[in-house]
Ligand binder design. Sequence first.
Ligand code: NI
Length: 172
Amino acid sequence: MKRPILIHPDPRLKKVCAPVTEITDDLRRLAADMLETMYDAPGIGLAAPQVGVLSRLIVLDCVKGEGEAPRPIVMINPEVVAASDETNTYEEGCLSIPEQYAEVTRPAEVEVRWTDPEGAERREGFGGLWATCVQHEIDHLNGRLFIDYLGAMRRQLITRRMVKLKREQARA
Ligand code: NI
């Protein structure tokens, strides 16, 4: 089932999310809903706070090539355990900040540790778009948005646009 995506500014997008302590059917259902919501948007990543759940859970799939098999990943309590000195700059966007894009510089490679929906500990290195995406999604769990990397002027401009968009949506 698709869930509505919160649009910035929203206080729930600024919160530090709580660790998941138990993997329940509800949590697995939430992860499935988040994947469905992400693919439908379409997007390459989604964090639980974006659907109003303040728990440390993200989903992502950065497979982009046509005809390539999808690779949905559900990460519970994800943590960056190592990051490269080398950086990469990508034009980022966010489903909570629709149609706004900006260049953000982050470590080019990261090693991430997480728990999968079956309760197994996983650890994997990511590069390229995957590295950017996983860092962007983990940021959401700490109440951090990609626009927080921009200068105040740019951030305020984007925020004003989103306030206007939300006002228009509320009227529609
Ligand atoms: Ni985002």
